[in-house]
Design a protein around this ligand. Structure first.
Ligand SMILES: O=c1ccn([C@@H]2O[C@H](COP(=O)(O)O)[C@@H](O)[C@H]2O)c(=O)[nH]1
Length: 233
């Protein structure tokens, strides 16, 4: 059985050793890996080198959100380390995203650059508290269109919004969707969740899965169950 390379495993571990222990059980032909804020803050670029050395493509999920010059420089630094994908917050606005995209283009760096729309841990009431009224899907759409127009190759959104974004932003626009929860897994702090096969059917181009695998009692069995669901088994 082959897993579509659309699967991205979130290596949310507190140490390089723990992350590499998991990576050594995974196959670069069957998944990509995501390095987030906890692991990168603890281990720094060494983790990227170690994962690249094992043949993995890496999504560096640092969600940059700052003034345009700072974000463009940070995105360039990530891309120069050979990561497959890097991201910024769409809430940083058009000039910030354009600066980042232009910087990668000027340096001829092929790293995918995408923007986070609305975190999958947020629901309507959370948005309202930060001054955004209305449904999450409307804010996701607004930010996705802005991201596309600002030169982003895709967005992070929940799978619940993926179908609408395929219509609005086109097939080629990446929809990277965390908040993936197989039937056997707890939601944890995620709010806008979807099951793996449903997410692919809805138009997700890449599924991000963390705790349902990494915190499972039997991580490989959990991963295989997800692979089987994706393969229609
Ligand atoms: O909107 C977002 C953006 C990023 N994430 C990240 O994805 C993983 C999800 O992990 P789970 O354990 O499967 O919940 C995690 O690294 C988040 O930082 C997200 O969940 N939602």
């Amino acid at each position: 059985m082959t897993t579509p390379p659309s699967l991205i495993i979130a290596l949310d571990y507190p140490s390089l050793d723990a992350a590499l222990c998991m990576a050594d059980r995974l196959d670069p032909a069957r998944c990509r890996l995501k390095v987030g804020k906890e692991l990168f803050t603890r281990s720094g670029p060494a983790v990227l080198e170690a994962l690249h050395g094992r043949g993995f493509e890496v999504f560096l999920d640092l969600k940059f959100h700052d003034i345009p010059h700072t974000v463009a420089s940070a995105v360039q630094a990530a891309a120069e380390q050979g990561v497959w994908m890097v991201n910024v917050h769409a809430g940083g606005g058009r000039r910030m995203m354009e600066a980042a995209a232009e910087c990668l283009a000027a340096q001829r760096l092929a790293t995918h650059l995408i923007a986070v729309t609305v975190l999958t841990s947020m629901e309507a009431s959370d948005l309202e508290e930060v001054g955004v009224g209305g449904a999450p899907e409307d804010q996701v759409r607004r930010l996705a269109l802005l991201a596309r127009d600002s030169g982003m190759g895709g967005v992070v959104c929940s799978a619940r919004e993926a179908a609408r974004l395929t219509d609005d932003c086109g097939e080629a626009f990446l929809k990277v969707t965390p908040g993936i929860r197989p039937r056997f897994a707890a939601a944890n702090d995620q709010q806008r969740i979807m099951m793996p096969a449903d997410a692919m059917r809805a138009g997700s181009t890449h599924l991000v899965v963390g705790r349902p695998v990494t915190r499972a009692e039997a991580p490989m069995a959990a991963l295989e169950a997800i692979e089987a669901e994706l393969a229609g088994g």
